[in-house]
Design a binder for this molecule. Sequence first.
Ligand SMILES: O=C(O)COP(=O)(O)O
Ligand SMILES: [Mg+2]
Length: 220
Amino acid sequence: MALAVVFDLDGTLIDSAPDVRAALNRLLAEEGRPQLTLPQVQELVGEGARPLIERAWAATGESAAADAVSGLIERYLGHYRAHPADHTHIYDGVVALLEGLRAQGALLGICTNKPSGMTGIVLDALDLTRHFRAVVGGDHPRRKPDGDHILETLRRMDAKPEDAVYVGDSITDVQAARHAGIPVVAVDWGYARMPVEKLRADRLISHFRDLTAAIGELRP
Ligand SMILES: O=C(O)COP(=O)(O)O
Ligand SMILES: [Mg+2]
């Protein structure tokens, strides 16, 4: 068996909220709406682009008309594509962790609700793409919290659910892993929107240096 580790992206591997905020605020300014703070944006991230735009609209005035949302998403992604990683940083210990896991023969993947095209651009900009066998974005038809999003990532990695562990920062991640039937590790530095203990993950870590030990307990 080869250990398979599937990661969430935003709030888990990378702190992307500053660039998400900048793109969102450009769009809000074009629409004559107020700007959002970083803590506000961290609350909006986690379920993909459509909920992000809908929640941003609800937080800044009248809700977006249903037929306007797709156009707003496209314009938001246009701004984000122009500045994918100006202020995004990779969390401490990520690169050493990914290199260490690969050196042990682990297969790595990303399962994120961020749209696929945008995910690829951000991973390339941060030189992270090379670590992953498969990356499945939020345009998957059954995205997190649906377990199929993670199972599809594992299929594309040529990995088995029995050998897998999922790592994420939010309740959406824990639910998706539960639905997929695989153990889940939560990180305590992301965009959880609730006290991290309440996520009820199988393990909770405060630094990536502790992930290998947590995985060893979950997949001995
Ligand atoms: O972009 C989002 O809303 C969420 O992305 P994540 O699934 O990587 O946390
Ligand atoms: Mg996340």
